[in-house]
Design a protein around this ligand. Sequence first.
Ligand code: PHB
Length: 391
Amino acid sequence: MRFDFKTTALAAVALCALGAQAQTGPIKVGFMLPYTGTYASLGNMIESGFKLYVQQQGGRLGGREIQYVKVDDESEPAKGTDNVNKLIKRDHVDVLVGSVHSGVALAMAKAAKDNDTLLIVPNAGAAAITGPLCAANIVRSSFTNWQPAYAMGKVAAEGFGQRKGAKRAITITWNYAAGTESVKGFTEAFEQGGGKVVKELSLPFPGVEFQALLTEIAAQKPDAVYAFFAGGGAVKFVKDYAAAGLSKTIPLYGPGFLTDGTLEAQGAAAQGMLTTLHYADNLDTPRNNAFRKAFALTYKANADVYAVQGFDAAQILSAGLNAVKGDLTQRDALTAAMRKVTIDSPRGRFTISPAGNPVQDIYLREVKGGNNEYRAVAIKALADPARGCKL
Ligand code: PHB
């Protein structure tokens, strides 16, 4: 075959141009979040937080414009694989951001591993994602279900202020990964502190038929109740607990999801509740104050923990993209930078563990009016044990 210099040179130029274009054009972020159902408000807050950070950078990260596509995952694990494949195979996203529900996020993590797609988890706390399924291309901006639960177990056993330490507790939750892992984390610390979980109650997700279970709690008269619910289900549970007269005699504890983004709807029923979480509304730092102000101005709504997690997901992506000047082909440098970063979060500064999970302070908060107010640091720089992660 004759070597045709002109054609070869032209082809090379064309290829270079294509490559260069691919690394200067927009980056596609695929949100896979619940936009309907009991977790709908959580999904919306995550998206709003993420977009706020990007907007503050002029719509670009690592020098490249950010574009969005989204899929409503309905908090439905059975549809998880099909939904994530829409984003990976149909929309060809560069980065996946999702989800809220642990079962859905587990399906996403498997697909992200199989396809080597970048995944930032902005909420779901399933242990396996930063445990046995951990991978260089997967990072979480939120928590593991164990983290706030373990802190609550410690506080419930020790007591705080006027609240005496509890000896006998009952747990109640939805029967799926987040609920069972949360109960396990609480039980671990509560029993280390000398308490005993005497009964574990549960109902299927996203059910809200709490009456029979509340009757059972009233009959057992424990010293404390620990509950994992979130979103619409948390609103209903806290109201039903108070309406049953239980809040007057048996303190209701939980990870902060029980009272985050829910206080307006819960009203008087939530007042005085103590919860533990990696965020508190009134953290009086320049970073949190500026974030809450910008969020309120942009969306005419108060930020909550989910908005913070979305904002920080964008900050993690930004750290990666800045390190490689937007060049997604430098994959190892990109994913390494997404772990090496210290995030200046509205929650306070946090680092990311080798397994890809935030190492962060867990706060004790008390509900006062419409806010989850900071009371104390329950546990400083708490790292998830990351059991089963081989990174
Ligand atoms: C979860 O499914 O992991 C989950 C959902 C909602 C929350 C927290 C955790 O608020």
